[in-house]
Write a protein that binds this ligand. Structure first.
Ligand code: LLP
Length: 435
């Protein structure tokens, strides 16, 4: 019952907290995260993949409170910058459960990872190997995985498809780059090669591409054993497990994926006479997306020439760029009051100064929607707050966690003072006080 109830009755209650009251208290726009929802999904992963390590991909949504939930649920963290590392470090997350990614890890990223003593660094290019080795030592060797491109095609948006050979991430298997990287890592006494990694895309709906990738990685493990006499004992299949974006829509649920992965891994290893490696997966969206809701207030309504209406809200592509970037769909509902009005097709527009800033096209809402009404967008827990910007110098919204009838601020709202703080005002400008 703590999941969002998309009520036609007029109120949306998440784990005992009424959204209308929450919006009045914290203002709008506001991101709401359901803590128990996040924790439940962490547990679902752990029970569907016993013996595997689950690394939550922090790029989907990260703050110190989230890090605490992930830590308490026994997951690892997949991080991709010194900034994300700083959040994990200052939240007291155990560094040995951190995995670091990036196709262009800067000196600062690598220094942060090595200083913290992270569990794994995932090597993404041959040139990076010497850089990591230079920051490690024989006394304190760095454990690394190699990211390879298994060459599988997936059905998803091109911006998030990463299964193919020609892409900016990872080392190609067919060109020999992957094996060359293995040789070089093994040459460094400061490095320990624990295994292979791949990430074939995001918002994927099918099990099959994962099984193909898994078999290719196991074949590569066998080749590494045959050439180098080394049996690597970890295999990381990345994330990308799709979530439903419409009621009853398709999702790649871990209860379906988990057993297939485990069985295929066993069979593939048996066929190559390899011991079964420790499996890692890195879900981001599947842990965070459905736990989040964004609340907006309607500001303006405008009839469209061809019928229907634009409903403009107090947020937009600065807090959720996904509809504009990927044509992503989020369910919308009127909350906070009951309406008996017939449904009418409307387009929810953001507040930003470009025509493409539409949060939802052609959605059905009660015809009497008016300024001041609250709209809730579903499934905004992943890649919304994380990808927010200050476009038009709009301050980023706060994040409020809800649990068992209680709401708690976990990321405060950005203020105009925050926005001005980085702007070096020209000398001698007299600041005019507002009235
Ligand atoms: N592991 C690696 C190495 C990744 O690059 C990613 C996501 C993940 C795991 C987690 O993928 P997930 O389970 O969340 O699909 N901004 C886009 C999604 C970009 C995903 C990038 N990499 C969106 O809003 O849909």
């Amino acid at each position: 019952p703590h999941r969002a109830v998309w009520a036609t009755a007029g109120e949306l209650v998440i784990d005992g907290v009424a959204m209308a009251a929450l919006a009045r208290r914290y203002g709008t726009p506001v991101y709401v995260m359901a803590e128990r929802d996040v924790r439940d999904r962490c547990r679902a992963y752990r029970s569907a993949l016993p013996g595997a390590e689950i690394a939550y991909a922090g790029k989907a949504f990260l703050c110190r409170e989230m890090v605490r939930w992930i830590e308490e649920e026994g997951l690892w963290l997949d991080l991709a910058s010194s900034g994300e590392l700083a959040v994990a470090r200052t939240a007291g997350f155990p560094p040995e459960r951190v995995l670091v990614h990036g196709n262009a890890k800067t000196p600062r990223d690598l220094a942060a990872a090595l200083d913290l003593g992270v569990g794994r660094i995932v090597v993404d290019s041959i040139g990076e190997i010497n850089r990591i080795a230079a920051g490690a030592s024989r006394a304190r060797p760095q454990r690394v995985m190699l990211r390879v491109t298994p060459g599988v095609t997936t059905r998803t948006h091109p911006a998030v498809a990463t299964g193919g050979e020609d892409q900016k991430f990872g080392l190609s298997i067919s060109s020999g780059a992957a094996l060359e990287a293995v040789r070089r890592v093994l040459d460094h006494p400061e490095l320990v090669l624990t295994g292979l990694h791949c990430h074939i895309g995001s918002q994927l709906g099918e099990v099959r591409p994962y099984l193909i990738a898994l078999r290719r990685l196991v074949a590569l493990l066998a080749e590494i054993r045959d050439r180098h006499g080394r049996v690597l004992d970890e295999l990381n299949l990345g994330g990308g497990h799709g979530v439903a974006t419409r009621p009853g829509g398709a999702a790649l649920d871990v209860t379906r994926l988990g057993p297939r992965l485990t069985a295929t891994l066993r069979a593939a290893c048996a066929a190559c006479d390899l011991p079964v490696p420790r499996l890692f997966v890195e879900p981001g969206r599947a842990i965070a997306a459905a736990a989040g809701v964004t609340l907006y207030r309607v500001v303006a309504i405008k009839a469209r020439p061809g019928g229907g209406a634009y409903v403009a809200v107090d947020g937009g592509m600065s807090d959720n760029p996904r509809p504009a970037l990927y044509g992503a769909h989020h369910e919308v509902a009127l909350v906070g009051r009951r309406s008996e009005a017939p449904l009418r097709t409307m387009t929810i527009a953001g507040r930003h100064c470009e025509a493409g800033d539409l949060l939802a096209a052609d959605v059905a809402l009660p015809a009497d929607v008016r300024p001041g009404d609250l709209l809730a967008f579903a499934g905004t827990g992943a890649y919304n707050h994380a990808m927010a910007s200050n476009y038009n110098l709009v301050a980023r919204p706060p994040v409020v966690a809800v649990r068992a009838g209680t709401a708690r601020l976990i990321v405060r709202a950005e203020t105009e003072a925050d926005l001005l703080a980085r702007d070096m005002a020209p000398a001698g400008v007299a600041v005019r006080q507002g009235r």
